[in-house]
Design a binder for this molecule. Structure first.
Ligand code: AMP
Length: 287
């Protein structure tokens, strides 16, 4: 497994790879969620490239850019053991050299949910993913359903800008107690870690209501609000029951599917922001 940082080294290494090439973009501090993407890519592609870059432009002022956990040696060991061919670890200077002034923005689907609470976040995401695509030139790119809106935004960008890349969205990987795996879980102390299970618990209860025939989106959102409200260490930032493609809020789930998503602050003094979601699907079972 080779690791490269600069663009010329990336280009040289990329030229040696067998196609199709699969790209797994990450911010590092890898866990089983990331590795599930790598494994899927490994089964579907002749070569697998993983990128590790904590992208400063997708963090807002007051967010956790400086505190974001990093452990490159451990990440490299994990990627090597999964049979990754090439790791790209650009620096901020490689990605945003002096004089950088071009941004990619996706309009409608970036407006609600995360976009409404994290101004500028998706502009940073789409710009960096476009640069990752142009650097690696993959045939396929792998993203997690954990960041459901991000996956939707990347699909839109890929279609609108005609990137010849297939976007593959992989299921959420969870801890044994249901907490969605996230590099940010490392911020949680033991009490907060226990409290963080409320996200999955709330989604599970809403899913159960949906499975019993509930189609009123207000009722499903209210279930999530009530359950999170019962956890003293948790504060709900938003709950959404939206159309899975347009991401517009629903009154009633008239079609087959809806995206039920949420952001919750967990903690006593230092608050960790966690997100989770489930696709409510009349044809599917459970989380
Ligand atoms: P990140 O390093 O948080 O930017 O995540 C890199 C990729 O891994 C994104 O496409 C995420 O959606 C995906 N990912 C993160 N956590 C999980 C998880 N628990 N299950 C599945 N995919 C995940």
């Amino acid at each position: 497994m080779q690791t490269v940082t600069a663009f010329p080294d990336l280009r040289a290494a990329r030229a040696q790879l067998l196609e199709p090439v699969g790209l797994v973009p990450t911010m590092g501090y890898l866990h089983e969620g990331h590795l599930s993407l790598v494994r899927r890519a490994r089964t579907e592609c002749a070569s697998v490239v993983a990128s590790i870059f904590v992208n400063p432009t997708q963090f807002g002022p007051g967010e956790d850019l400086a505190a974001y956990p990093r452990d490159l040696p451990s990440d490299q060991r994990l990627l090597e053991s999964e049979g990754v061919d090439l790791v790209w670890t650009p620096t901020p200077e490689v990605m945003y050299p002096e004089g950088f002034q071009t941004w990619v923005t996706v309009e409608e689907v970036t407006q609600p949910l995360e976009g409404a609470r994290r101004p500028g976040h998706f502009r940073g995401v789409t710009t960096i993913v476009a640069k990752l695509f142009n650097g690696v030139l993959p045939q396929r790119a792998y993203f997690g359903q954990k960041d459901a809106q991000q996956a939707r935004v990347i699909q839109q960008m890929t279609r609108d800008l005609n990137f010849p890349i297939q976007i593959v969205v992989c299921p959420i990987v969870r801890e044994a107690d249901g907490l969605a795996m996230s590099s940010r879980n490392t911020y949680l102390d033991p009490d907060e870690r226990r409290a963080a299970t409320v996200l999955h618990h709330a989604l599970t209860q809403a899913q159960a209501a949906f499975d019993s025939g509930e189609r009123d989106a207000n009722v499903l959102r209210a279930i999530v609000t009530r359950i999170v409200g019962e956890e003293p260490l948790a504060a709900l930032q938003y709950v959404s029951c939206a159309h899975p493609e347009t991401l517009e809020e629903l009154e009633t789930i008239a079609g087959d599917r809806a995206l039920l998503s949420m952001a919750v602050y967990v903690g006593k003094t230092r608050k960790t922001r966690l997100i989770d979601n489930v696709v409510l699907d009349s044809d599917a079972q459970g989380l």
